[in-house]
Write a new protein. Structure first.
Length: 208
């Protein structure tokens, strides 16, 4: 399966690829499976004016997200933990915090047995949309540069977790077709964002 990349603000969204919670029988709702992150050391803030401390909240105006953040670590298998609750997103605390140099990763569920979860509408984001992360007494603002979809067994680990020249953000959730056998979605949706909108999505994320 090819990755679909939004490269302009008017590009078509991935809504057709997302299975809505309302159409999924109760027994099929599942906890997302996240890809194992490559080790990333937290780095210092890009400037002395960046907010300090761990991130506490994420706001995405276009899709109506205004949610608290919880810290995520790795499970015994070395994979990124999924948030324990469905109305909150999680921040991978083993990597950079939002606003620090490097890729900060936020993950959240797409749905639950009760219905849509925090990142249910993540696929609707478009290039140029704003993402705000509350940190300490301030807010770090990011601009979306691209949205991709990948089969879980082809997750772009290096692109998501690899070094970046400046502060970047990734939002990750599940998407695509729901696999009844594995009780999980087959794909991951990844949103790329930067603090400086002149940057573009890494070419390695746009597979041909």
């Amino acid at each position: 399966m090819r990755a679909f990349v939004l490269v302009t603000a008017g590009a078509i969204g991935l809504a057709a690829a997302i299975v809505g919670a309302a159409t999924i029988p109760h027994r099929m709702a599942a906890v997302p499976s996240w890809e194992e992150p490559a080790p990333v050391a937290a780095t210092s803030a890009a400037t002395g004016h960046q907010p300090q401390g761990p991130p506490t909240r994420v706001r995405v105006p276009r899709i109506g997200v205004d949610a608290a953040l919880v810290e995520l670590g790795l499970d015994k298998a070395g994979k990124l933990e999924a948030p324990a609750v469905y109305d909150r997103a999680g921040w991978y605390s083993g990597g950079p915090a939002p606003g620090d140099v490097g890729p900060s990763v936020l993950a959240g569920h797409v749905d639950s047995k009760a219905g849509p979860a925090v990142f249910y509408r993540l696929h609707e984001l478009k290039v140029g949309d704003r993402i705000e992360v509350r940190r300490g007494g301030g807010t770090v603002t990011f601009t979306v540069t691209g949205v991709t979809r990948h089969p879980k067994d082809e997750f772009p680990t290096d692109t998501v977790y690899g070094p970046t020249p400046g502060p970047e953000l990734r939002l990750v959730t599940c998407g695509g077709v729901f696999d009844r056998v594995r009780n999980s979605y087959r794909d991951n949706i990844v949103v790329f964002a930067v603090t400086q909108p002149t940057q573009v999505i890494p070419k390695s994320a746009a597979r041909r």
